[in-house]
Structures are given as C-alpha cells and as structure tokens.
Design a protein around this ligand. Structure first.
Ligand code: F0G
Length: 465
C-alpha cells in the first residue's frame, strides 16, 4: 500500500509547553501606547503570537538539550568546540571556524579587519546589521539585487538573486575599493527570497576573476538549499546537505547567525579560508568576544548549534517549514491582500505600501500596519521599510522602495491553528484597512532607529472608529 497523504504535519511532537497569555484589544492598546507605538518596546508577555523574528526564537529538540548536557566549559580547547567545528566544516568546508556570540559579532569582527572609509561592499541586499557594521567603519554598503527583487507581485523563483551585470560593472570600475563581496541567502531584506546556485556560482566566478574574496551571509542557508532543491533544475535529487555543501564551496568564507538555521537561541560564527585574515579576526575576537575556542559562547551553546545545524537540513522539517509560510501566503492571495510573492522561506511579507495605499510613505505605512496588527490580534510583526532603512548616515531621510511588514516564523514553535488564527486576524484587518492611520516619529537615535525610536499615530488614533 503506497498512498500518499496530502496533509503535511508538524514533524515533531510537543514535550514541553509554554502558556500564552490571552489579552484584550483594550489591554493591547494600552501596552502599545506605553511602548511609544514601537513593537520592539513591548513586553513579550503582552504578545499573543510573536512573529517579530525567527532569530533565536526556535524550539530546541531533545537532541539539542541532550547535547547541552555534554557541554565542555573548559576555557581553552573545549571538546564542544571541536564538535562544533567538525559540523561547521562538514557543511561549509572552510578552514578556519571562529565562534561568535551571534551573527552581527561575526560581521563586526570581519568588517573591523577589512573595511575602511574608502571601502565598498556589494551584497544582493545587506541585512541592517551588516549595513550598520560597514557604515560604522565609514564604508559603503552597496545593494545589488535583481530588479524583480523590488517588485512584490512579480513571480520569480529566485527573487533574492544578485544583479550579476551590476556586480561585474562594480568590480571592473571599483576593484581596489572592494575588500569582499557578500551574498545573503536567503535574501532577508528583499522578502526572505532564495538565491539560485547559478547566481551564487556567477557571483563567485566574477569575484575569483577579480581576485576579490566572496563571502556568504549564511543565516538561512538550509532554507535556501531547500528552495534550490524545489526550484532549480538539476537539484531535485540532491539532499539539502549536498546542496549546502556545494553553495559553500563556491565561497571563501561566511558569516552565520546560528539563531536562524543553527536552530539555537544564541550563537554564530565567522568561517574563512584565508589564513592571514583569520589570524587578524581571531586577534580581534580575543579582545571583544572571547578565546577562539568559545568566542562569546558557552560550551553548551556550541553543542546545541552543532546538533541544530544538522537538524535544519532535515527534509521533513524543511518541507513543513517552507509549506507553513506558503500556506499563509496562498490564503492572503486568495483574499486579495498584497504580499511579496512567491512566499519567502522564514516569513510572510505584507506589502503595506499597496495594501495601505492611502498612507503616504512619510507616515510609514508598514509601521502603522505593525501597530494595527498588534492591537487587533495581539500578533507582533516587524516593519521592513522606511523606518528600518530610511535614515541615511548624513541624517537625511530616503524612503525605501518597499514598505513591508514581516511576519517571521520561529522554528518549530507554532502549529497550524496558530497560523489559522493569524490568517483570521489579517482577513479582519483587510475589512478595516482604509481606516488605519499613518504614524510619525517623535524621537529617534542616529543608527538602527527602529529598535528604540518613539512614535505617535497621526491624528491620535491607530484605527479610525
Ligand atoms: N544577516 C541576516 C541576513 C540576518 O537576517 C541577521 C539577523 C543577521 C545577519 C544578524 O544576525 O541577529 O545573530 O546578529 N536577523 C534577525 C532578523 C535579527 O530578525 O531577521 P544576529
């Protein structure tokens, strides 16, 4: 008997539960006001379904918890480091593995060793911390996504790709200013969209031709591998592990946040082939992160990541994970709610600029939507638009091409009924969409303003009665 059932189940059963606190719209309205209309300033206890990020919010497996008990907390040369290093090298084959406390620490160590005030660092699209680390060194973070990456409704199997013609031009004219080229898989800032193997290979060949190091921002490497398996000709019969190995072999190093496809609550690493650069990075690591065999992590964290990196490549897990986002995306499309299509890997991205077209960009439609989503349904999501990216280093404001709201899914945390609830909240918001008001900034810091800026709704209310 070989009947194939259509229902994709969560490929795990639940062993420990964390109660969710129910709240009323009135309570949530008071909470968001107290948080100065900034969802990053809310207490997590006031949130019903937390889709702020997929970073560090996943549920660990029994094997990860068991691994933690094996953690070796020796200051130098801990067994846990070698376990961790072996798994990272099995997947990436990079010679030097440098643990860090999270992804941005790897970016910091890398950029302080390579970026100066005349540097230009191309990427398909820099994540905000990558961009901030480059700008802190007074370098230029250059985004070179393909044009389709900016068109929410245009269907393309690999919308996260880099514009290789633009990269070739940049390398030909600016070679001496480019310390390295990066490619972010999946492309978080353009909607969690995947990058094809052909595109990674193309970027790699251009970099090798010009003698420029090529690095991968690997946070969601396993999800990217799954999309390659599903969508790129020639990869259907390869395992996610084989695809990941092929991706990394095209590069000279990577930065990684283990809080994503490392399935851990904290951690990251920088991996490199270049001996001299690795030495400079390790020297900096000792000053700011820790000794090179623990780099800001406990031995038990290294064990959890070593197990997690492999679990992230499990086919049943990846099928369930990618399908969750696709399911929500299909229901949005059926209801006429504009999203970035096709669905991304770790998140659903609502196109707030089209959905709330009555709110001008100067009143941050994405930010307004994230507030409405919280008050109406207790769902916390994150604006990826002009509040996050609009403030320029010189203090001027440049509105983003896209005003997105990201509903990011913690790994192995929420079930089908949680998704159905989120869907119901969004369908309700669609019936009051034209009543959602814009928002203005009252106070802001000079960098990464979205985390701490204070806001207020234009006209005093978030949603008109
Ligand atoms: N690169 C990408 C593509 C990311 O998405 C992130 C984090 C980082 C680097 C930095 O890693 O948080 O460990 O320091 N993204 C999280 C998010 C915060 O919500 O998308 P980190």
């Amino acid at each position: 008997m070989a009947f194939e059932f259509k229902t994709i189940i969560e490929p795990f059963r639940i062993k420990t539960v964390e109660p969710i606190r129910q709240t009323t719209p009135a309570q949530r309205e008071a909470a968001i006001r107290a948080a100065h209309y900034n969802v990053f300033q809310l207490r997590a206890e006031d949130v019903l379904i937390d889709l702020l990020t997929d970073s560090g919010t996943g549920a660990m497996s029994v094997y990860q918890w068991a691994g933690m008990m094996r953690g070796d907390e020796s200051y130098a040369g801990a067994r846990s480091f070698y376990t961790f290093q072996a798994v990272v090298q099995e997947i990436t084959s990079f010679k030097h593995v440098i643990p860090t406390h999270q992804g941005r620490a790897a970016e910091h160590i890398l950029t302080q060793a390579t970026v100066t005030d005349t540097s230009i660092v191309p990427n398909n699209t820099h994540f905000d911390t990558t961009r901030a680390n480059i700008e802190m060194r007074r370098g230029l973070a250059l985004n070179l996504p393909i044009p389709e990456g900016h068109e929410p409704a245009t269907l393309h199997p690999f919308k996260g790709n880099m514009d290789l013609a633009a990269l070739a031009r940049t390398l030909e004219t600016q070679r001496e200013h480019i310390p390295f080229v990066m490619i972010t898989v999946t492309n978080n800032s353009e909607g969690g969209q995947p990058v094809s193997m052909a595109n990674i290979r193309g970027a790699s060949e251009l970099c090798r031709k010009h003698g420029v190091p090529f690095l991968i921002d690997a946070c969601r490497f396993a999800e990217n591998a799954w999309f390659i398996k599903m969508r790129e000709p020639g990869y259907a019969d390869k395992t996610p592990m084989e695809i990941a190995q092929e991706m990394f072999r095209l590069a000279d190093g990577c930065t990684m946040s283990a809080k994503k496809d490392g399935m851990a609550n904290i951690g990251g690493f920088l991996a490199l082939n270049d001996d001299a650069l690795a030495l400079r990075c390790r020297n900096a690591l000792v000053v700011t992160e820790g000794f090179p065999t623990y780099g800001g992590l406990a031995g038990y964290d290294l064990e959890a990541i070593a197990v997690g990196l492999k679990e992230a490549l499990d086919e049943d897990y990846l099928r369930y994970r990618i399908r969750t986002v696709e399911y929500l995306s299909e229901r949005m499309t059926a209801a006429g709610i504009p999203t970035v299509r096709p669905a991304g890997g770790h998140a659903l991205y609502l196109d707030a600029k089209s959905w709330l077209s009555h709110i001008p960009q100067s009143q941050y439609p994405g930010w307004a939507l994230s507030n409405a989503l919280f008050v109406v349904g207790g769902v916390r999501a994150c604006e990826i638009g002009s509040v996050m990216f609009g403030l320029q280093p010189d203090g001027t404001e440049k509105f983003s091409d896209l005003e997105l709201v990201r509903l990011a899914f913690p790994r192995r945390v929420y079930t089908q009924s949680h998704m159905d609830y989120v869907c119901e909240v969004l369908l309700y918001l669609n019936t009051v969409a034209t009543k959602i008001r814009g928002i203005r900034i009252v106070e802001q810091p000079p960098v990464l303003r979205h985390f701490t800026a204070k806001f207020e709704p234009v006209g005093g209310v978030l949603i008109e009665a």
